[in-house]
Design a protein around this ligand. Structure first.
Ligand code: PLP
Length: 448
């Protein structure tokens, strides 16, 4: 918040500054300016302390599919808290909610994914997938097959391994990341990085060639897996150009390299299908989900995998006597109960269909803004999109347009580079899509 404001002593803003070390901010700037205190939510809106209403154009952190006051999730959490508030999944124990959710996930996900392992965040899940991959390579007698390919601008979280697969320099600087075993290939950022006259298909073919060159340079026998978000989120909503995933998968298959689809943002309807893998013809060995799995009402993530991925790991655990990894909260009963109810709501209200139906209106709204003198081009799929504008954002800053949207229009968007990104709750209506686009238009006018 760079709006100048007076922070009253002992106010919640003052106590926040005094006591809380926030994630993902310039801490010194936060000490000066504080943050926006959000008090409550309703549908696609959140309200601050003073009662001012904001459209949550990013669904929190790309995550609240069902809106900000879904009572059914609160009721399920309360009921589960009363019945069995906590139990774990270690040492040959299980409980109903995690079994029910695992079964449901296998039913709704691509057919070849047959086993589910629960964690509590996208970072934890991706971190564990890296460990599983290393464990599996050892199990297969391939101790040198350990390198992991990520992509420049790819985001897979912030823990040590997941943060290393992430290809965003800001997440590496001064944290001593990435780890040596993590290497990065190009981002399919079309049209930004295309060569003069290059079509989408030619661009995709060049991305696949760059991947193959990296593999050959590093030694195919040393590379275990590639991670990719079907549509990149935190890198700036980068939608894959035509033919991209087909070409990439052909290269991976050629060199026996696993594919991990990070559906942490895309999963559960964001792109107009239950999973983005269906949109782009991706057949991953592992699919990582979080965020919209529970609409982030409870921390939850799920790793789905094929038999071929699972079996060597299971054999190795048998040889060693244990798969010695797990968290106190793995498969937490309240989180998994909330996750299952959330997916039922997504299905019953056809929120995946809602994203598909509103896609054309949402994307044409963004395209309509392209003619603004401040704008460049837009992109998106389903209900995730971005508008590229003429360089107003500085690294680490919110971006002038995002700020104008917030302060003048009561619209929360995310500025990434020179783009503003949108990812509204899947319960959004056609009228609210127009409301959001009109607000951006007015904010652009105010800046021009
Ligand atoms: N993977 C993707 C694609 C993400 O967008 C994110 C978070 O935004 C993560 C992983 C990390 O998830 P978490 O913040 O829950 O650790």
């Amino acid at each position: 918040m760079s709006q100048s404001k007076t922070i009253a002593p002992n106010s919640i803003e003052a106590r926040d500054i005094a006591y809380q070390f926030h994630p993902s901010v310039d801490l010194r700037r936060y000490e000066e300016e504080g943050g926006l205190i959000i008090d409550r939510g309703e549908g696609i809106y959140v309200f601050d302390q003073a009662g001012k209403r904001y459209i949550e154009g990013l669904a929190g952190l790309w995550s609240v599919a069902v809106g900000f006051n879904e009572k059914r999730l609160a009721d399920v959490a309360y009921a589960q808290m009363q019945k069995l508030p906590y139990y774990h999944s270690f040492n040959y124990k299980a409980h109903g909610p995690s079994v029910d959710l695992a079964e449901k996930l296998v039913q709704i996900s691509p057919e070849h994914l047959t086993k589910v392992h629960f964690t509590s965040s996208g970072s934890e899940a991706n971190d564990l997938v890296v460990k599983m991959i290393w464990y599996r390579s050892n199990a297969l007698g391939l101790p040198d097959k350990k390198k992991i390919i990520g992509r420049v601008k790819g985001y897979h979280g912030v823990t040590i391994a997941a943060g290393s697969v992430t290809g965003i320099p800001a997440n590496h600087g001064s944290f001593d990341l990435p780890l040596d075993r993590m290497i990065h290939t190009l981002t399919p950022d079309y049209p930004r990085d295309h060569l003069e006259g290059e079509t989408e298909e030619q661009f995709s073919a060049r991305m696949a060639e760059a991947l193959e060159e990296l593999i050959l340079r590093e030694g195919p026998e040393t590379i275990a897996a590639m991670f990719g978000e079907p549509v990149m989120g935190a890198g700036g909503v980068i939608v894959p150009p035509k033919g991209y995933w087909e070409a990439i998968q052909a290269v991976l298959r050629k060199y026996d390299i696993l594919l991990v689809a990070d559906e942490v943002i895309c999963g559960f309807g964001r792109t107009g299908k239950m999973f983005a893998c269906e949109v782009y013809g991706i057949k991953p060995d592992v699919m990582v989900t979080s965020k919209q799995i529970s609409s982030s009402y409870m921390p939850l993530s799920a790793i789905l995998m094929s038999d071929d991925f699972y079996n060597p790991i299971a054999d190795e655990s048998h040889r060693l006597g244990v798969f010695a990894h797990g968290y106190t909260a793995s498969g937490h009963p309240v989180a998994t109960a909330v996750g299952l109810e959330n997916i039922k709501i997504i299905e019953e209200r056809d929120l995946v269909g809602n994203a598909a139906r509103l896609e054309a209106q949402f994307l044409s709204g963004l395209r309509g803004l392209e003619s603004h003198p401040m704008a460049l081009w837009s992109r998106g799929v389903g209900l995730i999109g971005a508008l590229e504008i003429k360089g107003t954002a500085k690294v680490g800053e919110m971006g002038q347009l995002a700020q104008a949207c917030l302060l003048e229009e009561g619209l929360i968007v995310r500025a990434i580079g020179d783009a503003i990104c949108l990812c509204p709750p899947l319960v959004i209506t056609a009228e609210q899509v127009d409301e959001m686009i009109a607000a951006i238009g007015r904010a652009l006018d105010a800046l021009a």
